[in-house]
Write a protein that binds this ligand. Sequence first.
Ligand SMILES: [Zn+2]
Length: 153
Amino acid sequence: MTDPSETLDLGDLDSAEVHSPEPLSEQRAEWIGRTLERLSHSQFRSKFRLSAKDLTYTVDKGPETIDRHAHEMLRKRVGDAFPLKDGKQTPWRGHPVFTAQHATATCCRGCMEKWHHIPKGRELTDDEVDRLSALVMAWIARDVMRSEAAHED
Ligand SMILES: [Zn+2]
């Protein structure tokens, strides 16, 4: 998954927090806010929205279940040092976490290296899986709110 317009975003990268060990939850919330803001400047990333089916599924299952799925999918599909079919392992649709992964650049190791400074060629740590799951969940929560707001018009 590459998109030439994303090279423009490289100037925004803040590498400082990437090297800090075990971020506090407050730091993590701050990182999520900053990362969602950075992603919103990418034409490619910002066009993703949950489908009506995904929205229903998300609300029906509830946040704990979706969060568990996010952990499982990140661990299983992008967590290995050399994931299977890397760059093509994340479907465009079929589960809210898939769509959120494309929107948050957690879809493959190439996007993760570019956007989140996580080097390719090594397994993700548990902390990284937690942090990226939290990003995915924050994006999903925001998209649910956005769709609810849109329906009130
Ligand atoms: Zn990708």
